[in-house]
Design a protein around this ligand. Structure first.
Ligand SMILES: [Zn+2]
Length: 87
């Protein structure tokens, strides 16, 4: 994790370069780390669509995207994951 975020933060997405960089706190449970990636990925999707992720941070449109990302996430093991495709 970047120092400025410390250990209190589960993760962060940094948009200073393309593609965005997602950091996940390694001192968290596996389920928290997975959820953090999904959370940050929702920010990345909104940035890709609107180029204005900051004003949409944790907004209603962001929650709608996060809900879609959560429903599409599948944790069924490596074999099943390879067959899974994001559309
Ligand atoms: Zn967030």
């Amino acid at each position: 994790m970047p120092k400025e975020h410390g250990d209190k933060c589960d993760g962060v997405i940094i948009f200073d370069k393309s593609p965005a960089l997602i950091w996940v706190n390694a001192n968290r449970s596996r389920s928290t780390m997975i959820y953090t990636v999904l959370h940050e990925y929702a920010h990345a999707i909104l940035e890709d669509r609107h180029r204005d992720w900051k004003s949409l941070e944790h907004s209603d449109p962001w929650y709608r995207v996060l809900g879609i990302v959560e429903r599409r996430y599948f944790d069924g093991g490596e074999k099943e994951s390879r067959a899974y495709r994001v559309r």
